[in-house]
Design a binder for this molecule. Sequence first.
Ligand code: SF4
Length: 212
Amino acid sequence: MSGITIHKKDIKKGLSLPVMEHFFSIQGEGFHSGKAFYFIRIAGCDVGCSWCDVKESWEIENHPVYDIHQILKFITNSKVNRVVITGGEPLMYYLDPLCIKLAKKGILTHIETSGSHPISGIWDWFTLSPKKRKLPNEESYQKANELKIIISRLNDLKFAESQASKVSKDCKLFLQPEWSKSHLILPIIIKYVKDNPKWNISLQIHKFMNIL
Ligand code: SF4
């Protein structure tokens, strides 16, 4: 019997979660770029972006399952009291139990999500990164503190505008070049942001620093 089968009930209740990797690093994207965070990359994603740079996260069975006490310990053993929960697609799971534990320890909770699943958890910062293959739900647009659109071709700028029209007026807006096409698309994004200054550029600075 696989680990995932044994843990199925606990995963459903949000008491255990499959984790592809966890590490202490620098946030490289978006509004909180440059700050140290602990990162929990939850395994499993049903969105399937062709340019995904963490395809190895998609298959849940390939990754260990940790109970949320262990996950909490990873973070409290680090030097920061803030965590980014990312994936995969973290909202495939019920995240209330984990977030309640984090809040009790005074840990700030950030999430990065496609917004394509119902929201669970309690979030100090909600980064919405919509994907064309599986659009966000209404609740996610309302909740977003930050909208991050990956740009791999010109046409994605139209998608970015359509998504920006759905978030609140306080939501921070970011365009991020798709890494493998960055050299081609970045000049277009730079011009677009100069013409449309409500947008900001997000650059995945962790990749320039050659860190996780
Ligand atoms: S939503 Fe994120 S993890 Fe899932 S396929 Fe797209 S880029 Fe990859």
